[in-house]
Design a protein around this ligand. Structure first.
Ligand SMILES: N[C@@H](CCC(=O)N[C@@H](CS)C(=O)NCC(=O)O)C(=O)O
Ligand SMILES: [Fe+2]
Length: 369
């Protein structure tokens, strides 16, 4: 079974795509974004997948690729077009290549025009294609830098993409209006630049008069992407919180486990964000915890020290996850959520002040947020 996820980077309006084969668990990722690597790596792990390749549709001008960072974090290998001019990739792709993940694969089509080294990746059954900036939804990538060429783009679209089946879904590298997907049939009929009877000269005239400002990040993004996103300061990019063995969830929350917290409770500030009656109720509370109900937290951050990490706690881990977001916004750097909250704390037999003997076994999977 195919696992498919469309991910979005709001800063650059970039789409990243994860394609996995459930059987065997291999996956590929198309156009990862550097700043989203923690999120995307967490998703891969949570879905039980093993990322084998990151694929670039082109050398991006508006964001830095996450390819190098994903390789360091979860061992994926990097691939992009032979014609991209980029260094340091594990594989250089040409038209007709296939990249397998489990029993599935994508095939490579050379679709130059937006840049000299643009590729489109077509899923084995031609139900989906990942067009990069060759086709955008009712549009296309600009052609005014990085060996851009309107005639080449026109031919790429007509010979390599609009020749796919009408129902083939097209997933672009960007959308600036909130649209997520289009299809070959739709673009043939409705693209104001490339659809209907528009000819190559009409299209070239259109593209040569776009008058767009250069992407804000171009001077940083292009040199970084020409080495697959490897930064100057590699150690800084790989830095992880060191005060505890934290896990980063796809929901965007740093989590700490109950058994670690029980051993290290004195080294951190434990903030219990439940209501007072829960704090003194049957589940009890962690012995050095300070009670600050979630609704009061934003107004009481002055009571907390910036010198020691903070672990937020609640009944099941939902409200305390929100507490970590509030604390980070208030400028606290070392903040984590107690995974599973007091329910898991008790289920794992950790000590509490107050509280009652548990009336029944707390099922490991019965945590209600
Ligand atoms: N405002 C954006 C511009 C991004 C941009 O120019 N995107 C390229 C793709 S890399 C493009 O082709 N855009 C087409 C368009 O904006 O119509 C930024 O500064 O990053
Ligand atoms: Fe682009």
């Amino acid at each position: 079974m195919l696992i498919f996820r469309q991910l979005f980077d709001p800063t650059s309006s970039t789409y990243t795509y994860l394609l996995g084969d459930k059987r065997g668990g291999e996956a590929i990722m198309i156009d990862p974004v550097f700043e989203q690597v923690r999120r995307d790596a967490a998703l891969v792990v949570e879905l039980g997948l093993r990322l084998t390749w990151t694929l670039e549709t082109h050398v991006h001008a508006d964001h830095v690729t996450g390819a190098w960072l994903l390789k360091q974090r979860i061992g994926s290998r990097t691939a992009l077009a032979c014609d991209s001019g980029a260094a340091d990739a594990d594989r250089y792709l040409v038209h007709g290549d296939k990249i397998a993940f489990g029993r599935r694969y994508v095939s490579v089509r050379a679709t130059p025009g937006h840049t000299g080294g643009c590729l489109t990746y077509v899923l084995d059954d031609e139900s989906m294609a990942f067009t990069g900036d060759c086709i955008l939804i009712r549009g296309c990538g600009r052609t005014d830098f990085q060996q851009g060429n309107p005639g080449a783009l026109y031919r790429s679209v007509h010979n390599q993409i609009l020749t796919l089946p009408d129902g083939c879904l097209l997933y672009p590298a960007h959308d600036y209006r909130g649209l997520t997907v289009t299809s070959v049939g739709e673009e043939r009929r409705f693209s104001p630049r490339l659809g209907g009877d528009i000819g190559e000269d009409d299209f070239t005239g259109y593209m040569n008069n776009l008058g767009l400002p250069h992407p804000k990040q171009i001077d940083v993004a292009v040199p970084a992407n020409l080495r697959c996103g490897r930064p100057d300061d590699e150690a800084a990019a790989l830095a992880e919180p060191t005060w505890a063995p934290l896990r980063y969830s796809f929901a965007g929350i740093w989590e700490v486990q109950a058994l670690w917290l029980e051993e290290h409770a004195r080294e951190v500030q434990v903030i219990d964000v439940r209501q007072p009656e829960e704090f003194t109720g049957p589940l009890g509370h962690i012995s050095n915890a300070t009670l600050i109900p979630l609704g009061e937290l934003a107004g009481r951050t002055g009571e907390l020290s910036h010198e020691r990490p903070i672990v937020a706690v609640c009944r099941a881990g939902g409200r305390s996850a929100q507490a970590t977001v509030i604390l980070q916004k208030a400028g606290f750097k070392d903040v984590a959520n107690l995974a599973g909250g007091m329910l898991r704390w008790r289920a794992e037999g950790c000590a509490v002040d107050g509280g009652e003997a548990l009336p029944r076994t707390v099922e490991a999977d019965s945590y209600v947020i």
